[in-house]
Ligand binder design. Sequence first.
Ligand SMILES: [Ca+2]
Length: 287
Amino acid sequence: MDWKIRFFTTLRLCASAGEPLKQTLLILLMTISSSLIAGEYFEGFDTPGKPPARDGIHWGYTDELTPVAGWKSIIPGDGYAYLSVNSRALRKIKRLPDGSNFLPFQTLSLGPVGSNHRISIRAKNTAIIGVACILFTYREKSKVDEIDIEITPDDTQGTETGHPTGTNGGWTDVRFNTWANATEDEHNSTGSLHPRETKQSQILDSKGVRVSHQDGQFHLYTIEWRPESVRFFIDGVQQKVIDQIVPDYPSMVIFGMRQMPWAGKATWKGTQTMLVDWIDIESLENE
Ligand SMILES: [Ca+2]
């Protein structure tokens, strides 16, 4: 996601138990409060409204694509988070005064979370023409760190654009990206950030067959973020590994959708909802 995001306030607390120096403190804290389990976090959306801050994790949302009435519109308490877009919001891509694209988000965010974590969401209807459905980490200080899964039915910048997208012989495209200590490339007028690593792909099942997620089913999307590598899994199947460019700093975890210029034109009418059953963050320290 090669555009700057300035509205996420970076929080200083770190959910990671990564550094040995912190472990003594964490053990001390765990003995004080049994509810504090460093490096482990789960939210199932069973309670209406904003999830409370706990374990150093704070929540936020962005409704740039389709405004919502508040937290209970996104998390009504029935066990799901609803991230919805109206087709009217996708009619065209708006331009910012500097000529660049304005690419609005519809997302939930939580964090910060450090490396040595497995970040998973269980979600349905993630292949929506006109947007990328996303699970990503993001940190912006003077430089940008980011890890992305970006799902769209037909990536219009892919080599096979125009391919079938449904369950009858079609498949869903996906991009995996990382940025670490990235800055704008002065020699590149698009203002893109470097260094970055990107792998464009299709969602693969355990047999290596590309599959469609326009199937009305829930699926698991997972980022395994270690200091030496980022592994991307979908439904437990490793899709790609990135080990050249791996971010270090604790980041916000963000999921939902974003209008993207390569996500195609929305041919549907009305509202589409990415439904999220839960988010789970596990420590990889002992694996
Ligand atoms: Ca749930």
